[in-house]
Each structure stands twice: as structure tokens, then as C-alpha cells.
Design a protein around this ligand. Structure first.
Ligand SMILES: [Mg+2]
Length: 186
């Protein structure tokens, strides 16, 4: 079976929104996801790093995270055709249990789950056909070094990527499904 890798935070779960809501409660402010023009909350919002770290910790530990719309049903549909690995840069020794709980509580279907920041070497070693990701660092490295198509899950912090042979931007999970339907039909 062909293989797809899917990132978790800000692809399946609305993690950044939860981090911003938490920071909003800390500071009695409203932060918009559109202010995150780069993948760095401290830098974009000019907030102290220890407080941002606390908010990230709270968001990532959430056992009932809000889903990106249609992520669950599209992944379930995709699992008929592909072996699905969830590939997260979350620290596995710290966040294993809450991640397993969050995926179970939200009924996300997958074949395997892999923690760590070495996504690129994993993708290279496993002949992954498609990778769905929002983080600019991984997008760039995979496009540059792997024979894998990257579906860039559109976020304010990854607008710099232009369409190319191995890179396609998707704005929601319905578009992910449509892209795979064309691929499977062709
Ligand atoms: Mg992510």
C-alpha cells in the first residue's frame, strides 16, 4: 500500500488557535492567527518565551483538541487507499499519552504514529508518496531533498511557497480529498 505522512498540529488539530486563546487569557488580549506571519509566536507577538512555552504546553496537552474542519472524515476516507503515518515533531517522551488520547478522543484513524524532529530522514527512508504539512522548515527540506509531493496546508506562516511539481497548496481538507481523488483517478 502506498504511504502518506500527515503532520498533527495545525493540520489535523487547530493547535495554534488554542495557543493564542491561552495567551489571550493570560494577557486579557485577543490574538489573531493572521499575526503569525512566521512560524514563531514569541517573535510575532513580542511575548516572553517562558509564557509562550506554557501556552504551547497547555495546547499540546489538550486531550480534546478542536479539529481542522473535515480532517477526521478525510483521513478516514484516505485510509482506504493509503497507509497513514502521523508524523509529529512533538516530544514523544513528554507528550506520548496526551497525543494518543487526543487522537483516540477525536477518532482519528492511522496506521502508525511517529514522534521527532527527523521528519525528513524518515520520509526519505520510507518512500512516502505524499506529505501533508504546515511547518515551513519541513516543507522546504522535503521539497528540496525527497521525491515526495508536499501538500502545504495553508497557514499565515507558510505563504512563501509557490506551486511546483512537488508542491501543492491546500486550503482545507475538502481540497485535500479532491486532490487525492484526481490522483487516484488518473
Ligand atoms: Mg504542524
Amino acid at each position: 500500500m502506498k504511504k502518506v505522512c500527515i503532520d498533527i498540529d495545525d493540520v489535523i488539530f487547530k493547535t495554534a488557535s488554542h495557543i493564542l486563546e491561552t495567551l489571550g487569557l493570560f494577557f486579557n488580549e485577543q490574538y489573531s492567527i493572521n499575526s503569525l506571519s512566521i512560524y514563531d509566536i514569541e517573535e510575532c507577538l513580542k511575548l516572553p518565551s517562558d509564557i509562550v512555552t506554557d501556552a504551547i504546553d497547555i495546547a499540546v496537552s489538550n486531550e480534546y483538541p478542536e479539529l481542522e474542519k473535515d480532517s477526521r472524515k478525510t483521513i478516514k476516507w484516505l485510509s482506504q487507499f493509503y497507509d497513514i503515518t502521523l508524523l509529529t515533531s512533538r516530544n514523544g517522551s513528554e507528550y506520548l499519552d496526551c497525543t494518543l488520547d487526543a487522537l483516540a478522543n477525536r477518532d482519528i484513524i492511522y496506521n502508525s504514529l511517529r514522534f521527532g524532529k527527523d521528519k525528513v530522514s524518515f520520509i526519505n527512508s520510507m518512500s512516502i508518496e505524499v506529505f501533508i504539512e504546515d511547518n515551513p522548515e519541513y516543507i522546504k527540506d522535503v521539497v528540496d531533498t525527497c521525491n515526495t509531493t508536499v501538500l502545504v496546508y495553508d497557514k499565515p506562516w507558510n505563504k512563501q511557497f509557490k506551486e511546483s511539481q512537488y508542491l501543492h497548496r491546500v486550503y482545507n481538507w475538502q481540497e485535500v480529498k479532491e486532490w487525492f481523488m484526481i490522483k487516484l483517478g488518473g
